[in-house]
Design a protein around this ligand. Structure first.
Ligand code: HEM
Length: 410
């Protein structure tokens, strides 16, 4: 690229930043983004993979075990989608804090798709709800229409997210996209960038992630008589199969994706992703499904760590594209606001930690009991603590707001 236009691009990217700066060091936002994105994609995996498995096993529902698996995965998908959406908001906010020039430019360039994203999501979720109400014993094949429509809409959502991500790291092309041959295109209707291996990588991740989830699922319900070994063995077998093929797909797509990235060899986490995938494949192909019995939680935990590594690799790719253009998130102007940073972390850990801790502990225990569940002492204490901290939080929220408001009138 011509040197002067390179300098222009660098100054444009930096000028587009928020002149007010950010309230804490950029590294904090970067880490929070990677962490919350990993949580987002873990549930996205269960949406795309869970829905596909619900459909695939629906075809075999004449066999009661498969019918049961289809119904279970229908519910898993329903819950996972709500978590994927909630957990998508966090990285969205963090990305907008340190990569605002990229994220907004990318969104404006394909604005119609961004707005359509919301409707596609709502429509997809509605279709899945209809399927979930109707996927009962003896359901007719016609119900599949809802499920297939929903999966296609979810995939469309993934496509939009992917396009936005890829467009955001190609600033050198924005001007040409915005005004091809000098004529501005204000429609926002165009999709300008798409990377097949990167996109496909996430679908393979969905297959692998759902497989690993099934291995943990098969272990979790071992204490319940209404989850007979035949059903849990089916889950373990399918889980192993999906993990195998999912990781194989991920390995192939990762290699093609990374091969197309400049100086990919210089990014340590890209190596870690590839090595982890090859190691997992060697393990999965040497052993068979019964080897997973009792190790489901271990595998699930390792998969979470691996997903975090993918998040870091994704961030390396972004930095590898932006640093040479003169955009370094670490140089973002910091306007330190300790009070808001402290409030954020105490809310996150205190309110989030306790309220979520209570819900998770209760659900974890309740799910393992057949019939009605009575909370033990610890869970009962957690519930009181969760309620107390939410009330305290609400009073602090209003006290701070009202005092700031009143002080403005003095
Ligand atoms: C069915 C719904 C969804 C699917 C299938 C989906 C899928 C994906 C995928 C595959 C990626 C990675 C793209 C890439 O790196 O190429 C991604 C990234 C992301 N998603 Fe989602 N997503 C969904 C919903 C949401 C929602 C509702 C939000 C926010 C409210 C969200 C926020 C994000 C963010 C912020 C990123 C990272 C963007 C970046 O910094 O590059 N997603 N999503």
């Amino acid at each position: 690229m011509h040197t002067s236009s390179h300098a222009d691009l660098a100054s444009m990217l930096n000028v587009l930043r928020d002149p007010a700066g950010i309230p804490a060091p950029p590294a904090i936002f970067q880490w929070l983004m990677v962490l919350t994105w990993a949580m987002h994609i873990l549930f996205v995996n269960l949406v795309l993979g869970g829905a596909t498995l619900a459909i695939a096993s629906f075809y075999r529902r004449a066999d009661p075990l498969w019918g049961r698996l289809s119904r279970a995965m229908t519910q898993v998908t329903k819950i996972a989608l709500s978590l994927a959406i909630v957990l998508g908001v966090a990285p969205l906010l963090f990305t907008q804090v340190i990569y605002d020039p990229m994220w907004y430019a990318s969104n404006v360039l394909s604005a119609a798709w961004v707005m359509g994203f919301i409707y596609a999501l709502g429509l997809g979720y509605t279709c899945w709800f209809i399927f979930s109400f109707r996927n009962k014993e003896g359901a007719s094949s016609g119900e599949l229409v809802w499920a297939v429509a929903a999966v296609l809409l979810f995939a469309l959502n993934g496509f939009v997210m992917h396009v936005l991500s890829v467009q955001s790291i190609l600033p050198a092309k924005w001007l040409e996209w915005y005004a091809p041959q000098g004529v501005p295109d204000m429609s926002g209707l165009k999709v300008h960038a798409f990377s097949f291996p990167r996109f496909a990588f996430f679908f393979a991740a969905a297959v692998a992630g759902t497989g690993i989830f099934l291995l943990a699922y098969a272990d979790y319900f071992r204490t319940r008589n209404d989850f007979p070994p035949s059903y849990r063995e089916l889950c373990r077998r399918i889980g192993w199969q999906w993990a195998r093929w999912g990781f194989l797909g991920q390995a192939v797509f990762a290699l093609v994706w990374f091969a197309g990235i400049e100086k990919a060899g210089a990014h340590p986490f890209l190596w870690v992703v590839v090595i982890t995938l090859l190691g997992s494949l060697a393990f999965l192909w040497r052993r068979s499904a019964p080897a997973a019995a009792g190790k489901g939680y271990l595998f699930q935990g390792l998969f979470v760590v691996y997903t975090l590594i993918v998040g870091i690799a994704r961030e390396e790719i972004r930095l590898g594209a932006l640093l040479p253009l003169g955009y370094d998130p670490m140089t973002y102007k910091v306007n330190l606001d300790l009070a808001s940073t402290l409030l954020f972390f105490t809310t996150f850990l205190g309110v989030g930690g306790l309220a979520l801790g209570f819900l998770l502990a209760m659900l974890w225990q309740a799910g393992r009991v057949e019939g009605s569940y009575v909370a033990g002492k610890t869970v009962a204490r957690l519930s009181n603590a969760a309620l107390a901290i939410v009330l305290i939080w609400i009073s602090i929220f209003f006290a701070v707001g009202i005092s700031v408001w009143i002080r403005n009138f003095r």
